[in-house]
Design a protein around this ligand. Structure first.
Ligand code: AMP
Length: 910
């Protein structure tokens, strides 16, 4: 009976009086299923021998648990003794799991029926010693197994046997689904790596992974999925955006309300479509409101000054919701005077617009060279970024004006005075007195054979001109007209003249004079050069000697095939320049006895194996936390060399902002690299978890640390090539340290690196244009990457250039686009970034400049610094606006009196 007085079935044996007992109880066949290791929980009572009167030394207080694996149930004869007749021979091939004894756990049961298996206490109560013992059985490999219990003379009652295995249950983490997973069955504590599958409407951002621990717990979540375009995360799933909302980018952001003048009637909209009559320009992001073409310009005025007209107008009353309104000016000339009166023809080609007739952003244009005695009509159209989509004529405003008569052509026949291979001298006479005095003459000319390609113009204040810059042996056509206070006269009759042939002779009398002058100048120059040469050779000898000496002193060395300039102090030595690169590991690292290392848990996954955290004990020193990078089994010699290469590089650096190498394990397996442990992990993920929670001083302090580490590396002559927040590690005091060394290997490992057109792997968003285009890696290209790291830090780990494709990033950088200042980023820090992103790498700051600038910023106190700092890097407000592609606001800044960056930095929101 159990504790509630219910009958229970037990298997009992109590042959304590007779010696030589060997009683077996064998279970039925238990299928193994997915288990690699099973747990057997046995509940039993065991009578203590001292409680049985007259019992001798034959009484036992233990029994054995055994098992036997097989692919099918064993026949009863081998597997079990029949219940009625005890087996005479013990079953064969059972392996012992353990000898089981009663433990000290005692359960007091008051009203329990008397039974041989219960111990009698001194008080006369019966006490049930119901023991529960759990044993592990495995690793199992066959399809199933039998369990067996062997009694050698104890008084036992077996109450229950429960056989089970543990698994990590199917779960959803970071929007990825992980299936049921059974832990490893072997005795090592290694974890099972499980790759998750993104849920419906989610996509992979970083490969989602979990590790299944031996006890069926999920550990170390890595990577993540994010909701796709049109879907947002809710209750651990990705749900479609509601109608009226949209989501244009994949990521863990919420759906947004449709921008003005757009809607999304269906759910899961990636973008909201524009209402009727509203449009988005091709360059508008999906987040932009829909807009429409502008209304017509207003208040068009025309004035005339000599042969120049000035048009002026006011901006449209309705710019269509956009700020990119531009204007186009059309011109028609309707013949004045007697000939062709009333006939109009386009005149854009005959007059000159200043600055131009198309794409005007200002509301003013000057039109030069209008003809006298003509009627002009001008039309000003207003356009914006969506006018092209609107499929209707832009709104426009017209105005007409008549110019005063200036008389007919006042220029008579043109004659050629002389011609050389590249010049022609012309002169002409006035045939008629003009109505007002002649201001100057305009000479139009072109190559006769290429009439339609281009016209050229020159002006002259006299009745003659030398037109130069011509091509030899070419026929040119010339027209001349006069400009008077009341407009331009008509063009003269055209004249055709040819330049001289390519022969050495020059045309005209000036030719021989020119030859003589050139000869004289040439002779004199030769004399000067010879004299200088004789004077200098003595000095040169001395200079070359000095140079040779200093060259010898230099230890020039190779870095990835390029000689890098000599650096002050210690120089970095590339392990690849060793005949045997593993020698570099011996030279620069310390071999650690693996017995001093204790691995605690997996913290990340590197290209070569797991990264774990653990402790390192050193004799006479305190234990320190370390990160342990392991090289997984089955590696090739090349992989081992590449893996250890990083240690060979890291071991050369000793700086508080460079990750410290503790040592390597190369003489035993697994091969390991041991580095100091950085509690806050990599900078990018750290920042993402801290959004808005760090002070400006903390952020700038972190940047200073990175700059200091990089200044040290560049002084050593080391070029990092993959400087990015993900390759910076942060400790508990927020000290940032540069990590991930190994050049080409690092790039192979970096998930951000992608192949360029020449098949090289490069992290495009972080890399300077010259390094992408022709592999010109240098400390200056590291400075560019540093600017990007600054941006990542100031934007709390935002992805540089957001969701733009790599190709778009390259193109926009080429066109002059640069990342704007992150929200809340002080202007001077953004200027510093822009300084790092200068196209000409010689103009970028050195790391020591960056360091001293940041020091100055920190010391001046960041809040007041806005007033107190000068701006060593940017020259004018105009340059700054150009660099952030805001040139169109130059006039606004100047008009409002913001002419220096000091004044810009003091500007308020209003
Ligand atoms: P790695 O292969 O060096 O990129 O390392 C993979 C990941 O392991 C990193 O992203 C870090 O999260 C982590 N890790 C590497 N080194 C350390 C370290 N010294 N301290 C703490 N975490 C580290």
């Amino acid at each position: 009976m159990d504790e509630r007085n219910r009958p229970i079935h037990t298997f009992q044996v109590c042959q304590v009086m007779e010696g030589h007992q060997n009683n077996w109880l064998v279970s039925e066949w238990v299928p193994r299923r997915a288990a690699q290791k099973v747990f057997v929980e046995v509940r039993f009572t065991l009578r203590d021998c001292s409680s049985i009167p007259w019992v001798g030394g034959t009484c036992k207080e233990t029994f054995n648990l055994l098992y036997r694996e097989s692919d099918a149930p064993l026949p009863p004869s081998t597997s079990a003794s029949s219940s009625s007749t005890p087996a005479t021979r013990p079953p064969a091939h059972f392996a012992k799991v353990d000898t089981i004894a009663a433990d000290l756990f005692i359960s007091l049961v008051d009203t329990i029926a008397a039974d041989q298996s219960f111990t009698q206490t001194d008080l006369g109560d019966r006490v049930l010693r119901l023991n529960t013992e759990v044993r592990q059985v495995g690793p199992l490999t066959r399809k199933g197994f039998h369990l067996a219990f062997q009694d050698l003379g104890a008084c036992i009652a077996l109450v229950s046997v429960r056989v089970f295995y543990k698994k990590c249950p199917s779960t959803v983490r970071n929007l990825a689904l992980f299936p049921d997973t059974v832990p490893r069955g072997d005795t090592s504590s290694s974890l099972v790596e499980v790759r998750g599958r993104c849920l419906e409407h989610a996509e992979e951002r970083e490969e989602p992974k979990l590790y299944c621990g031996v006890d069926g717990d999920w550990l170390v979540p890595l990577g993540r999925c994010v909701c796709s375009i049109g879907y947002e995360e809710a209750h651990g799933r990705c749900l479609g955006c509601n109608p009226g909302f949209y989501k244009a980018f994949a990521g863990n952001i919420k759906c947004s309300k449709c921008p003005p003048h757009s809607s999304s009637p269906a759910p899961s909209a990636p973008v909201c479509s524009c209402d009727r009559g509203y449009y988005r320009a091709p360059s508008d992001p999906p987040t932009a409101a829909c807009t429409r073409p502008p209304s017509a310009p207003r208040d068009l005025l025309v004035s005339i000054n000599g042969s120049t007209l000035f048009l002026e107008w006011a901006a449209p009353a309705d710019p269509g919701g956009r700020r990119d309104v531009t204007y186009v000016v059309h011109c028609w000339r309707c013949g004045g005077g007697a000939e062709g009166a009333g006939q109009c023809e386009p005149c854009e080609d005959d007059v000159h617009f200043l600055p131009r007739p198309l794409g005007l952003s200002s509301t003013r244009v000057a039109i030069q060279d209008v003809l006298a005695n003509s009627n002009y009509t001008f039309q000003v159209e207003a356009l914006n970024g969506v006018s092209a989509q609107a499929n209707r004529r832009p709104a426009a405003l017209n105005i007409s004006i008549s110019t005063a008569p200036a008389g007919a052509s006042v220029v008579g026949l043109i004659s050629r005075d002389w011609a050389s291979q590249t010049s022609i001298a012309l002169s002409w006479q006035e045939v008629e007195q003009p109505p007002s005095p002649i201001l100057d003459y305009e000479i139009k000319y072109y190559e006769k054979e290429q009439k339609h390609l281009s016209y050229s113009y020159v002006r002259s204040h006299t009745a003659g001109v030398v037109v130069s810059g011509l091509r030899p042996s070419t026929l040119y056509v010339f027209h001349v007209r006069a400009r008077t206070a009341s407009g331009l006269s008509s063009f003269s009759v055209p004249a055709e003249f040819s330049t001289a042939d390519k022969s050495p002779e020059l045309g005209g009398p000036q030719g021989s004079v020119l030859v003589m002058v050139l000869a004289a100048v040439g002779g004199f120059s030769l004399l000067v050069i010879l004299t200088l040469f004789l004077l200098i050779t003595g000095r040169c000898q001395w200079w070359m000697n000095t140079k040779m000496k200093s060259k010898e002193q230099r230890r020039s060395h190779y870095q990835n095939g390029h000689v890098v300039p000599f650096a002050r102090g210690k120089t970095y030595v590339d392990p690849d320049t060793y005949e045997d690169p593993t020698q570099a590991v011996h030279d620069f690292t310390m071999e650690i006895d693996p017995a001093r290392i204790r691995i605690e848990r997996v913290i990340g996954a590197g290209e070569f194996g797991e990264v774990c955290s653990g402790r390192l004990c050193s004799p006479g020193k305190q234990e320190v936390g370390v990160a342990i990078k392991t090289l997984k089994g089955g590696y090739t010699e090349g992989q081992r060399r590449d893996f250890l290469r990083e240690a060979g590089i890291m071991g050369q650096f000793h700086h508080p902002n460079i990750i410290r190498l503790e040592g390597v394990v190369t003489k035993s397996r697994p091969v390991m690299i041991i580095v100091e442990f950085m509690q806050n992990g990599s900078l990018d993920s750290f920042l993402r978890g801290q959004e808005g929670r760090l002070t400006l001083v903390q952020l700038v302090g972190m940047l200073r640390g990175i700059a200091s580490g990089m200044a040290y590396l560049s002084d050593m002559g080391y070029v990092h090539r993959d400087l990015a927040a993900r390759n910076i590690l942060v400790d508990e005091a927020l000290v940032c340290k540069v990590s991930d060394f190994g050049l080409s290997r690092v790039l192979e490992d970096d998930p951000e690196a992608s192949y360029t057109s020449v098949g090289e792997k490069i992290p495009i968003r972080w890399t300077a244009p010259e390094a992408i285009a022709y592999r010109k890696f240098s400390s200056a290209s590291d400075a560019w990457s540093y600017g990007i790291v600054m941006w990542e830090v100031m934007s709390y780990g935002e992805r540089p250039y957001w969701e733009m494709s790599n190709q778009d990033v390259i193109l926009s950088i080429e066109e002059g686009y640069r990342l704007p200042a992150p929200v809340g980023c002080p202007l001077e820090l953004h200027q510093l970034m822009l300084h790092c992103w200068q196209r000409d790498r010689r103009l970028r700051p050195h790391f020591c400049d960056l360091l001293s600038f940041l020091d100055k910023l920190i010391h001046n106190g960041l809040s007041e610094s806005v007033e107190s700092l000068d701006y060593p890097f940017f020259i004018s407000v105009g340059d700054w606006l150009d660099s952030i592609k805001m040139s169109q606001y130059k006039n606004n800044f100047i008009a409002a009196g913001y002419t220096t960056l000091d004044s810009v930095s003091a500007m308020s929101i209003e």
